[in-house]
Write a protein that binds this ligand. Sequence first.
Ligand SMILES: NC(=O)c1ccc[n+]([C@@H]2O[C@H](COP(=O)([O-])OP(=O)(O)OC[C@H]3O[C@@H](n4cnc5c(N)ncnc54)[C@H](OP(=O)(O)O)[C@@H]3O)[C@@H](O)[C@H]2O)c1
Length: 261
Amino acid sequence: MRNKKSSNYALITGASSGIGLELARLFAADGIPLILVARRLDRLEILQTELSEQVDVKLFACDLSDTIARTQLLEHIAGQQLKIDYLINNAGCGQFGAIADNDWPATNDMLQLNMVATSHLCRSLLPAMKERAFGRILNVASTAAFQPGPGMAAYFASKAYVLSYSEALAYELKGCGVTATCLCPGATQTEFFSQAVMEDSGLVKDKQLPAAAHVALQGYQAMNQAKALTIHGFFNRLRIFSLRTAPRRMATAITAAILKK
Ligand SMILES: NC(=O)c1ccc[n+]([C@@H]2O[C@H](COP(=O)([O-])OP(=O)(O)OC[C@H]3O[C@@H](n4cnc5c(N)ncnc54)[C@H](OP(=O)(O)O)[C@@H]3O)[C@@H](O)[C@H]2O)c1
């Protein structure tokens, strides 16, 4: 599964746990140096210790929902003249609850992280990739992207944005040597559900969920094959295919019932 050999970096957001951490392991196994970004530096340091025998691993602690912190990350990359061949917009979070009851600052931070940070990093790092005529972008959306999600409305809508943005980006980049891939995981065994306080949701309670490593591998392979879209899991693909003909109101009601505690 070796990639184009390059000493340029892969920048992975949300590498301190879950899918992002597993993606970091895949890049390291292929000898690609890493810039790992997340808020929890202690977690990143543990991963750095694990992977630094294989590749150079740089860390940047950053709250990506914050425009100033994101700008500092981008300035650091430019200042150090770090070349990014792989941009992995994986960091994301969820918020469970009705729109009217949810804490607005938390909703705002989630929207900033899931949508604005992804767009900001793409926009900022793309020109140099295009100039070098090589680059791979992997944006992590979700199967949530394909229908409205009452009970997690803003999260579902944010992932619909990531899907739409990534597919359009893949089209815009055709033929320039840079590609964009959108990975849509279904429910996966990570810290996502505890962070969103939704362990009791019907989506996950008493369910056997796929491991983050499986999901990461599918995204990694799809990115290297320059696929525009990859949906993890046969049943997820089947469900999303069936949504094409289902009335939208019905899909919304079914999703609400699945998400309910
Ligand atoms: N697990 C699922 O069922 C599932 C399903 C579909 C899609 N996804 C998507 O998969 C992606 C990865 O999530 P995961 O499942 O691996 O969950 P996770 O284990 O909770 O990992 C989320 C990562 O994002 C980082 N992050 C969160 N807020 C951040 C912020 N403000 N600034 C910088 N980094 C931040 C976290 O690091 P710090 O806390 O250290 O900052 C962590 O490394 C997300 O985009 C998620 O929406 C997950």
